[in-house]
Design a protein around this ligand. Structure first.
Ligand code: UFG
Length: 328
């Protein structure tokens, strides 16, 4: 298939684009490089443009005879979305609507959409199933929920076929160390802990040690980025006109912040100083996926089931790219 990957120069998007390319699809990357990296995009495949540029979108969708879109391009920081919600509504809602309108005009009706565990807010029942009430507690989570609802309406009215993939905590890198995680600023736990192991940071701050969890720190479900990419590839084969599916993507295993730091110490063999910090606003105590729907509908199961194996791929990337990608 001819596939347009928006945000294909970003973290999850670049891993998915590479997998699609290797699976024999014709892949085009659409990215404005506001967060993505030229080096992370498939060589010779980058269209550097904005989602709000409807004319450019239509021209690429038509000109490249695109069959389906994978839509990764978005802002995805919970804390930032609280401080600057306008940025999130503009990029995640207006940007995505612009994409959907261009798709409608060019009769491209298949889309795999990057959604998030943040659509659930702070759910009571763990592990989380897809039917759990959606009560986002951040503008970021709300923008993703809005777009899931819009997609449902587009499916019903215009025959779109979509999959909304709700990622838990993406982590890791390609095992060859070529692609990895490089955000500016970095706010995610695993890269921050590994940067501390490299001596680039003095210590990792633990955001809250008084949560109702066994060691008092927050629990998350860390899923390997290549496993997320694999789910996208599988979802592509399951898109049906007029229908949409929502799927949780996680390992079903939760790890606390302390367990992440311990895993990084084991994998790197380096001392990693830590210090106690305040809770970070908007952090739910525990988020763990029930991914059985993805298993039954897509035949998907994460290949990386051990935390240390996920961390080892991330470490390979950080050791070989201590300053991230050379390009922005
Ligand atoms: N944490 C620290 N210290 C740090 C950074 C993070 O203790 O310096 C903790 C956080 O409090 C949290 C855990 O590590 O408990 C993971 O934090 P991340 O920032 O790595 O990831 P989040 O869980 O905040 O974010 C993820 C996804 C988002 C999604 C969000 C939903 O990356 O896309 O879960 O809560 F929206």
């Amino acid at each position: 298939m001819n596939i347009l990957v928006t945000g294909g120069a970003g973290y999850v998007g670049s891993h998915a684009a590479r997998l699609l390319d290797r699976a024999g699809h014709e892949v085009w990357i659409y990215d404005n490089l506001s967060q993505g990296h030229r080096e992370a995009a498939l060589p010779g495949r980058l269209v550097e443009a904005s989602l709000t540029d409807g004319e450019e979108l239509r021209s690429v969708l038509r000109g490249r005879r695109i069959d389906a879109v994978m839509h990764f391009a978005a802002n995805a920081l919970v804390g930032e979305s609280v401080l600057d919600p306008a940025k999130y509504y503009r990029n995640n809602v207006i940007g995505t609507l612009s994409l959907l309108e261009a798709m409608r005009d060019t009769e491209v009706h298949r889309i795999v959409f990057s959604s998030t565990t943040a659509v659930y807010g702070a759910p009571e029942r763990i592990p989380i199933v897809e039917d759990e009430p959606k009560q986002p507690i951040s503008p970021y989570g709300f923008t993703k929920l809005i777009m899931e609802r819009v997609l449902e309406d587009y499916a019903r009215a215009y025959g779109f076929g979509f999959a909304a993939l709700r990622y838990f905590n993406a982590a890791g890198a390609t095992p060859d160390g070529d692609l990895g995680e490089d955000h500016d600023p970095e706010t995610h736990l695993v890269p921050l802990v590994l940067q501390t192991a490299l001596g680039q940071r003095e210590a990792i701050t633990i955001f809250g040690e008084d949560y109702p969890t066994p060691d008092g720190t927050c629990i998350r479900d860390y899923v390997h980025v290549d496993d997320l990419a694999d789910a996208h590839l599988k979802a592509l084969g399951c898109l049906r006109s007029g229908e949409g599916i929502q799927l949780n993507l996680g390992t079903g295993r939760g790890h606390s912040v302390r367990e992440i730091i311990e895993s990084c110490r084991r994998v790197t063999g380096r001392p990693i100083p830590e210090r106690s910090g305040e809770r970070r606003e908007g952090d739910p105590p525990k988020l763990v996926a029930d991914a059985s729907r993805a298993k039954s509908l897509l035949g998907w199961a994460p290949r990386y089931t051990q935390l240390d194996d996920i961390v080892a791929t991330a470490w390979k990337w950080h050791e070989s790219h201590p300053n991230g990608y050379a390009s922005n």
